[in-house]
Design a protein around this ligand. Structure first.
Ligand code: SAH
Length: 371
């Protein structure tokens, strides 16, 4: 049986070293061998745990956010509720459950899930058929790309989706920028550098100190990451928001300002490992450049809010009150609820590294959570 490592080596012997983006894309989403394609990576028994899997409170607050936005849009019916990269479907289930309180909300929803993995699609379906609220919605459909989703009023959410989109890496050398590539190495893979410079305009001006004769600020060896598919998604989302009323919420880990740094990381069994060690067997992600996403969306006409930290966002939306209510309703789970609260909001947990960015149609009031 061909393994991911065989497949990558074969590709390299045909076409030479791969870009980090090609390596990452194959490792995660190759139709047969990709990491996401045939497994459930989430939770205690899996490789990593995400906010919606930590606590139902997370998806519930996202649901309230969606309701408030829908009402601010004039309660359009129908409205598309889109989730990109829904994992196990947990966040959507919690979001829908929280939406039951708002009159007419569930009845107006065309629920649209953007998912590339057939096995996760099945998991999402299993989760959602067991969620009574979905049966009140107008429809439930899966898409493989945001661009396929029909026009109309839009609410879109994505948690830990963009970090999985492929990144290119460029390294500063004594001869200027070179793209970082992955080639075969002893018993595995290793980083190499492209021979020539990258195409004009590929290095974002914000981090291209080489431009203004300021090379000393970009030391030799520094790495810059570029994620064209995130920028394209930001533009596509913003374009929608200029044609239809709507709002988008992006939650992920990353930095608020564009900066140099190698953030490519692999996680397996809740431990970090060398990103080149086991392609296809470990989750492979890189930090999201929120400044770049926001810049691209703004340029394409959207109103951009944030990023704010996940802690600030959740607390502003009432996480503390929600936690108290759950503890009162189920005192036997007090400790667990308290632990989840801290994991979601502490600086040492997800509170500070994770950020939240919103896009809305121009002229809409600022959404909750972005004080
Ligand atoms: N949002 C979920 C899962 C995050 S993992 C949670 O928070 O638990 C990333 C998700 O995005 C998975 O569902 C994965 O299969 C999906 N995904 C990754 N790359 C994708 C792509 N290019 N197109 C569509 N879905 C993708």
């Amino acid at each position: 049986m061909t393994t991911m490592a065989d497949h990558l080596r074969e590709r390299m012997s045909d076409q030479g070293p791969l870009t980090v983006a090609q390596f990452m894309e194959d490792a995660l989403t190759h139709p047969r061998l990709g990491y996401y394609m045939g497994r459930d990576p989430f939770g205690r028994g899996g490789d990593f745990i995400t906010a919606p899997e930590i606590s139902q409170m997370f998806g519930e607050l996202i649901g309230l956010w969606c309701v408030v936005q829908w009402q601010a849009m004039g309660s359009p019916d129908p409205v598309r509720l889109v989730e990109l990269g829904p994992g196990r479907g947990t966040m959507m289930a919690d979001t829908l459950r929280a939406g039951r309180g708002a009159e007419g909300f569930l009845e107006s929803l065309d629920v649209s899930l953007v998912e590339i993995s057939p096995s996760l699609k099945t998991l999402q379906e299993d989760t959602l058929v067991k969620t009574p609220a979905i049966h009140t919605a107008r429809s439930l459909t899966w898409w493989s790309d945001f661009s396929e989703i029909p026009e109309g009023p839009l609410l879109a959410v994505a948690n830990e989706f963009i970090d999985a989109l492929p990144v290119h890496q460029f390294q500063m050398t004594s001869d200027g920028w070179r793209e970082r590539l992955v080639g075969p190495g002893e018993g595995g893979f290793r980083f190499v550098l492209a021979d020539g410079p990258p195409a004009e305009g590929v290095i974002p001006p914000a981090v291209d100190n080489a431009r203004e004769n300021a090379r000393e600020n970009t030391p030799e060896g520094a790495i810059v990451e570029v994620r064209p598919r995130a920028t394209a998604l930001a533009r596509a989302m913003a374009g929608r928001l200029t044609r239809n009323p709507g709002a988008v919420l992006i939650i992920d880990y990353g930095h608020g300002e564009s900066a140099a740094g190698d953030t490519l990381q692999a996680v397996k069994g809740h431990e970090y490992q060398d990103p080149l060690l086991e392609p296809g067997e470990a989750d492979l992600t890189a930090h999201v450049d929120f400044a770049e996403f926001g810049r691209a969306a703004e340029e394409a006409g959207a109103r951009v809010l944030g990023p704010v930290t996940q802690a600030a966002f959740l607390l502003e939306l009432g996480l503390e009150t929600r936690a108290q209510a759950l503890m009162t309703a189920a005192p036997e789970h007090r400790q667990e609820i308290d632990q989840s609260f801290h994991r979601l909001t502490d600086d040492g947990g997800m509170g500070r590294l994770f950020k939240v960015l919103a896009l809305t149609s121009p002229g809409q009031p600022p959404p909750p959570g972005f004080k």
